[in-house]
Design a protein around this ligand. Structure first.
Ligand SMILES: Cc1cc2nc3c(=O)[nH]c(=O)nc-3n(C[C@H](O)[C@H](O)[C@H](O)COP(=O)(O)OP(=O)(O)OC[C@H]3O[C@@H](n4cnc5c(N)ncnc54)[C@H](O)[C@@H]3O)c2cc1C
Ligand SMILES: *[C@@H]1O[C@H](CO)[C@@H](O)[C@H](O)[C@H]1NC(C)=O
Ligand SMILES: *[C@@H]1O[C@H](CO)[C@@H](O)[C@H](O)[C@H]1NC(C)=O
Ligand SMILES: *[C@@H]1O[C@H](CO)[C@@H](O)[C@H](O)[C@H]1NC(C)=O
Ligand SMILES: *[C@@H]1O[C@H](CO)[C@@H](O)[C@H](O)[C@H]1NC(C)=O
Ligand SMILES: *[C@@H]1O[C@H](CO)[C@@H](O)[C@H](O)[C@H]1NC(C)=O
Ligand SMILES: *[C@@H]1O[C@H](CO)[C@@H](O)[C@H](O)[C@H]1NC(C)=O
Ligand SMILES: *[C@@H]1O[C@H](CO)[C@@H](O)[C@H](O)[C@H]1NC(C)=O
Length: 585
């Protein structure tokens, strides 16, 4: 994705009678909170610090350097932080910061005037460098009834990598990478004869792609350099070339994890098969902490790309049927191995239409610049003969890159950050795209002709590779909707920081109005958990479909105490957010 808090106001729960009647052995009703009697003592935190070799942090909110009166106020540091705030790397490299301000509850923005407190951030952080550090954190949280948080980069668009009143395990520095020509999963009596890359879960796409390219290999990886393997793989992981090679999760050969009960486990097709299945698509911070992942790689190949656009003047009513026809051809493009990151823009003052790129991996001698151009031009020709003189087309010459990496490296960012953002999405299958009337209704709904400047990302990323993927062990927990998807349709909303009125309008508008057009277009499909609206009403079905029941059973078995809890995550039903705490419902 290229371009987003949960504020659920729950009625105050009257806990007093339950507390009084609760027997000593009953589980606590809420997780401990800083300042309450259940919160561990300073000496208990100090003992944890010793057990992680002094790697326990208690970070001040990063924006506090700009707030006179805060202990870390620093007039020299402030402009540095302010300047870095709007790029992703600052937040990825900070132990507690989230990429999207709303997930830290805007509780300490570096811009004035704004309040500043640590209330929207984890309280303690383990800067993990080994599996023992991770285990120490899980065991401590379990023993002391402290909310556990897992953060890698803080990219998460649903706020799953931050939480107040928590102990956070920061996986960012788990970055060791090695590559092998073949791979023998631990405990299996066979070797898988493909190149394999084993990477610490904090490895970012840039680290992985660089390491793979040095060995002339391709590894399925996302668009942005900064996204990390942990969150990416647990959600499924889409990529420019997933339609050829399958989702990133489909390429996993083995995981090393620390389980919710603090065990060091190897997950593969020969041991811990249920957790192996669930960890590939079942969502982040739910089934344990991944410390490293081994995925297969492919020998590098040539990569072709052409940028294109289709435009028309504002107010042209043919915009809708023409774009609907264009989208009906996406399944065909996909069947030819072509993918595209693109957007459709509505009635803007001088241009409405499509802008994007067409990408083709060379997987056979048939795949040439001419075959790529011909496939796209056939569609353009149809639109121009159906609507003579009404549309303008452009298609660049095809550029051939020696490897995917050669194209990706200069084109993967930088990505912006430090804003209020909420995303919404839907996976759209071929049948829905072929239904031109329904697509027209969708386009009229999301790009109405009387509103200027709207756009929607209709990424052409799905296809055969995902539909036909055979993950190790036969299957994984990637949303079954991905297997039928051609388009990953994405939209977003944003608002002015701390403008609660604007925020309380923007969020329900996204969830209930805009996204309803998305759902209507392909009602039986679902959405991609890593790039979605956390307020999806029917989230279990939307994010996991028919896999949900099995995922829930596995979650109940491996994490009976719900030590790992996030929303919307598998098994989160027994708890809810009450103010800045989580409590049993
Ligand atoms: C700019 C940008 C570009 C993107 N591009 C793509 C793309 O091309 N393809 C794609 O599929 N997605 C893409 N995404 C979405 C991305 O997959 C998610 O944001 C993902 O959650 C990021 O994972 P992370 O580990 O970097 O982030 P975090 O926010 O740190 O973590 C995300 C989730 O994973 C959990 N988690 C992280 N590490 C671990 C671990 N080691 N073990 C267990 N749980 C863990 C966290 O607790 C949280 O629930 C993009 C997002 C952004 C912001
Ligand atoms: C943990 O110990 C290290 C080394 O002794 C110290 O620098 C750090 O401040 C301690 N962390 C906390 C949260 O007290
Ligand atoms: C976290 O640990 C890494 C690796 O030891 C170190 O480089 C980094 O400075 C630490 N970060 C913080 C904020 O302590
Ligand atoms: C949409 O296009 C029509 C025709 O050009 C124009 O009159 C109208 O102002 C446009 N609407 C917006 C919101 O730009
Ligand atoms: C690319 O090659 C594959 C495999 O032969 C073929 O199915 C596909 O049609 C080709 N696509 C293009 C655009 O050349
Ligand atoms: C454009 O494509 C549609 C759908 O395939 C077809 O019915 C129509 O005849 C084509 N029009 C032209 C002018 O080629
Ligand atoms: C595309 O290639 C042709 C032939 O090499 C060249 O004449 C033309 O200028 C190129 N177009 C662009 C936009 O680069
Ligand atoms: C977010 O901040 C508001 C206002 O300070 C507070 O009422 C609310 O409880 C906070 N939410 C969380 C989840 O911390």
């Amino acid at each position: 994705m290229f371009r987003s808090k949960m504020v659920i106001i729950f009625p105050l729960i009257l806990q007093l009678p339950q507390l009084i009647s609760a027997a000593q052995s009953k589980p606590p009703i809420c997780r401990a909170s800083l300042g309450s009697s259940g919160w561990p003592s300073l000496s208990e935190w100090a003992a944890l610090n010793v057990s992680v070799s002094g790697r326990l942090l208690q970070p001040a909110p990063p924006g506090a350097v700009c707030h006179p009166g805060q202990p870390t106020y620093n007039a020299i540091e402030c402009p540095v932080v302010l300047n870095a705030w709007y790029g992703i790397d600052f937040h990825a490299g900070n132990p507690i910061s989230s990429v999207w301000d709303n997930w830290n509850n805007d509780s300490c923005l570096p811009t004035l005037p704004s309040p500043c407190s640590g209330e929207g951030y984890p309280v303690y952080v383990i800067n993990a460098t080994c599996k023992e550090d991770v285990k120490a954190g899980i065991d401590f949280a379990t023993k002391h009834n402290v909310r556990l948080n897992v953060k890698s980069t803080g990219h998460d668009l649903l706020g799953r990598s931050t939480s107040p009143n928590s102990l956070s395990i920061w996986t960012h520095h788990l970055k060791e990478i090695s590559i092998s020509k073949s791979f023998k999963p631990k405990g299996c009596d066979f070797t898988i004869d493909v190149p394999a890359i084993t990477a610490g879960s904090g490895s970012q796409m840039g680290d992985l792609n660089l390491a793979a390219s040095k060995e002339n290999l391709y590894v399925i990886s996302g668009g942005a350099e900064s996204v990390s393997y942990g969150g990416y793989l647990t959600g499924g992981g889409h990529a420019a070339l997933a339609s050829t090679f399958g989702m990133a999760a489909d390429s996993v050969l083995e995981f090393e994890i620390v389980s919710p009960t603090g065990e060091f486990l190897t997950l593969n097709e020969c041991q811990n098969q249920d957790l192996f299945w669930a960890t590939r698509g079942g969502g982040g911070s739910t089934f344990g902490v991944i410390t490293s992942a081994t995925t297969r790689a492919w020998p590098a190949f040539n990569f072709l790309i052409a940028t294109g656009s289709v435009g028309t003047l504002p107010g042209n009513p043919s915009f809708y049927p023409a774009m609907s026809y264009f989208l009906s051809q996406f399944p065909l493009l996909s069947s030819l191995g072509i993918t595209s990151y693109n957007s459709f823009t509505g009635n803007t003052s001088n241009f409405g239409g499509f802008e994007g790129n067409f990408m083709l991996p060379v997987t056979s001698p048939q795949n040439t610049s001419a075959s790529l151009t011909a496939a796209v031009e056939a569609i353009f020709t149809n639109i121009s003969s159906t609507y003579p003189g009404q549309f303008e087309f452009s298609l660049s010459n095809v550029t051939t890159y020696q490897t995917f990496y050669d194209w990706w490296l200069p084109n993967n960012g930088p990505e912006n950050a430090g804003v209020e953002l909420l995303l919404g999405s839907r996976l759209i299958g071929a049948d829905a795209l072929h239904n031109t009337d329904a697509v027209e209704t969708f386009l009229k709904g999301v790009l109405p002709s009387d509103v200027d400047g709207l756009s929607v990302e209709l990424y052409l990323l799905g296809g055969k590779g995902i539909a036909d993927a055979v993950p190790r062990g036969g299957s994984d927990a990637v949303n079954p909707a991905w297997r039928k998807a051609i388009v990953h349709a994405v939209t977003s909303t944003s608002w002015t920081p701390l403008d609660n009125a604007a925020k309380s309008k923007a969020i329900p508008y996204l969830t209930d109005v805009t996204l309803q057009y998305f759902r209507n277009l392909d009602p039986d499909s679902g959405a991609y958990i890593n790039e979605a609206d956390p307020y999806e009403p029917n989230w279990q079905q939307t994010f996991w479909g028919s896999n949900y029941e099995r995922l829930l059973q596995i979650k109940r078995r491996v994490d009976p105490e719900d030590v790992f809890w996030c929303y919307p995550c598998v098994g989160s039903e027994g708890w809810e957010v009450v103010g800045d705490r989580v409590c049993r419902t």
